[in-house]
Design a protein around this ligand. Structure first.
Ligand SMILES: *Cc1c(COP(=O)(O)O)cnc(C)c1O
Length: 358
């Protein structure tokens, strides 16, 4: 078995321990004689998986009883629509930070539903960044305020998450549980599961109950947060296997420890940024103070060299380094499960590549 160093932005590398557990339990989960994919979502065996998945999130985030953990199909992208459908009624306005591609995607969906106010726009800025202290002009009485904690494509990350008067909602798809944060500052956080949590197609949503209760009642059942809360994410057949994988990765993360993973994430990113800064050949894409610990973006002198860089890297087992098609460049995604040895390998490769092509 040869596993590559997988720098993909998402779906992305998962903890080997979680994959091994899934492999070992594939044909016979816990003595049930069947796989998780084959059993009733109403049965006792599945119920224990569902409970542990939720409990792991509760433990890792330190959730109090006023927050609910729900699992919603449709990935983070459906959340872009569900949030305004539930909370952006007539006569209301929602604050959005346009911090990059994902922030803009959320805004696009919200505008289909209601009135949006852009409180800060740094989407087009190069080098890429997040809003600075005091830059966001929050609207008094806004229905909610929406931010993207980490812009996966540009590689910019909020280092100090904002506090807002309006209920704060965060798309944490690409940095959820990569660092400690205070859930009390948020009415809702959500994340597509395929970066730090498990498999694609599902979103983890952590939502304060009193906020969820303010949601529109005039929506189809499957589009209301209240349905997921009342039915414990079991109104219809949930994405059982995705929830199972989330349970495995969060079980791994609990063992590792959130503080420890944060420390490791910072160290991994710092090594890569140090390699970029030590050379005039490589140029970081994001403003230093907003550099992401999850998605390290940089450029080479020419696009041709960038293509050669990715091709040569692939030959030595470093894959998924090509930047997003919309911006080009190089992107090394180094989520929780990405091993530190892979970062060392990339740093060594970068020095080698510069010697040959610089
Ligand atoms: C990947 C990503 C999304 C989209 O997630 P899907 O599950 O594909 O809908 C949204 N926001 C951010 C920040 C992302 O990184």
């Amino acid at each position: 078995m040869a596993r590559i160093y997988n720098f993909s932005a998402g779906p992305a590398v998962l903890p080997v321990e979680a994959l091994e557990a899934a492999r070992d339990e594939m044909l016979d989960y816990n003595g049930s004689g069947m796989s998780v994919m084959e059993m009733s979502h109403r049965g006792k065996v599945y119920a224990a998986i569902h409970e542990e998945a939720k409990q792991n999130i509760r433990d890792l985030m330190g959730l109090t009883d006023d927050y609910e953990v729900i699992f919603v199909q449709g990935g983070a992208s459906l959340q872009f629509a569900m949030i305004p459908m539930n909370f952006l009624g007539e006569g209301k306005v929602a604050d959005y930070v346009d911090s990059g591609n994902w922030g803009a995607q959320a805004i696009k969906q919200a505008r289909l539903i209601g009135q949006v106010n852009i409180v800060a726009d740094c989407n087009k800025d190069i080098p890429t960044r997040m809003p600075r202290e005091g830059e966001c002009k929050w609207t008094p009485g806004a229905a909610y305020a929406h931010i993207t904690s980490n812009e996966t494509i540009s590689g910019a990350q909020w280092k100090t998450l904002p506090k807002t008067e309006a209920p704060l909602v965060a798309d944490m798809s690409s940095d959820i549980l990569s660092r400690p944060f205070d859930i009390k500052d948020f009415a809702m956080v959500y994340a597509g599961a395929q970066k730090n949590l498990g498999t694609a197609g599902m979103a983890l949503v952590v939502i304060r109950k009193d906020f969820a209760e303010t949601g529109s009642k005039a929506l189809p059942t499957m589009l209301k947060y209240s349905t997921f809360i009342e039915k414990d994410s079991l109104y219809n057949t949930p994405p059982c296997f995705s929830i199972y994988m989330l349970m495995q990765t969060t079980r791994w993360l609990k063992k590792f420890g959130l503080e420890n993973i944060y420390k490791q994430n910072v160290e991994k990113a710092a090594k890569l940024y140090a390699a970029i800064d030590a050379s005039a050949f490589y140029r970081g894409t994001a403003v230093k103070e907003f550099r992401s610990d999850m998605n390290v973006t940089f450029r080479l002198p020419t696009e041709e060299l960038e293509a050669t860089f990715c091709a040569e890297a692939k030959k030595v087992g470093l894959e998924g380094l090509k930047g997003h098609r919309s911006v080009g460049g190089i992107r090394a995604s180094i989520y929780n499960a990405f091993p530190p040895a892979g970062v060392d390998a990339l740093v060594a490769f970068m020095a080698d590549f510069e010697r040959k092509f610089g």
